[in-house]
Design a protein around this ligand. Structure first.
Ligand code: ATP
Ligand code: MG
Length: 270
């Protein structure tokens, strides 16, 4: 289809999200006008210091949290007007794994297949396929409580993919994985993208963003403070690595990570 550019998989404009604080000083502004466009079939890495609001953003984009303002469209649907259609199009792997320790790998996957109304035969087929794909076939019949952290992470991602989502959110998908498992997961991400899936991932491993992402967006102080390809960011900031870009762009941490905390003032910059 030459010249026929599909609509972006994710379009975020003016997204704001605050959380109430226990003090009477007003709300804690976490997202203060975030704009982001993720083209279909690409990987975007959302970077930012702890507490920057990456998980909050993923929460809003995946309909788990409600935005205070702004528009968010995912897979062509508005998250506010049509959250059901968004949910049917996405997969989410949270920062904390969602696997059930008491069930086996197979049971966890079949549960997801049931939630997606795959039907018995299709559910079994998809489960076997994913177990194979993630190298979990041998452990499939064992309770997840006996799995290593990395195996749980892989099962978690496999569960995200049961419904063949067109947009996948991965919140720190490789935290705690050894280098080989991390590379296996990168390969999975690449093959998903080759098949047309769109990925938004958060990570603290900037090498991961460098290797995997077509596009990098850095969130700090409630806004996207820089974006571009990894090469563009390194070149603009005259930096050898994304680590250097990240350090140049982001504020040092404050007491509570609050974006509107007066302690985030420049006096704190060392
Ligand atoms: N449900 C909530 N209620 C109140 N405050 C919240 C809630 N969820 C997140 N926050 C606050 O919002 C800010 C952003 O948190 P968030 O988890 O989105 O950051 P993050 O960028 O994902 O950080 P990390 O890198 O540590 O995962 C933090 O200050 C956090 O304390
Ligand atoms: Mg987070």
């Amino acid at each position: 289809m030459p010249g026929n550019t599909p609509a972006p998989a994710i379009e975020v404009a003016g997204l704001r999200k605050s959380f109430p604080t226990r003090t009477k000083k007003g709300d804690h502004v976490v997202l203060d006008g975030v704009d982001l466009v993720v083209p279909t079939g690409t990987v975007t890495a959302l970077l930012g210091p702890n507490g920057a609001g990456k998980t909050t953003a993923v929460g809003v984009l995946s309909t788990l949290l409600r935005a205070d303002a702004g528009t968010v469209r995912v897979a062509g649907h508005d998250v506010h007007d049509d959250p059901g259609a968004v949910r049917a199009s996405i997969g989410v792997t949270g920062q904390i794994t969602a696997v059930d320790d008491l069930l086996t790998g197979t049971e966890n996957l079949r549960l997801m297949a049931d939630l997606h109304h795959l039907g018995r035969a299709a559910g079994r087929r998809r489960t076997a396929e994913l177990l194979e794909q993630f190298g979990l076939t041998e452990a499939a019949g064992k309770p997840v409580a006996t799995y290593s952290g990395g195996m749980k992470r892989k099962l978690d991602l496999a569960m995200t993919l049961v419904g063949a989502p067109s947009v996948v959110f991965l919140d720190e998908p490789t935290t705690g994985l050894d280098p080989r498992s991390r590379r296996t997961l990168w390969d999975e991400v690449r093959s998903l993208v080759a098949g047309g899936t769109t990925i938004l991932l958060t990570t603290q491993y900037l090498e991961e963003a460098d290797r995997l992402a077509d596009h990098v967006a850095v969130l700090d102080g409630g806004r996207i403070v820089a974006e571009g390809t990894p090469a563009e960011l390194k070149s603009v900031h005259d930096a050898g690595s994304l680590d250097d870009v990240f350090l140049a762009l982001t504020e040092p941490p404050t007491g509570d990570g609050s974006a509107d905390d007066p302690a985030t003032s420049k006096e704190n910059v060392r």
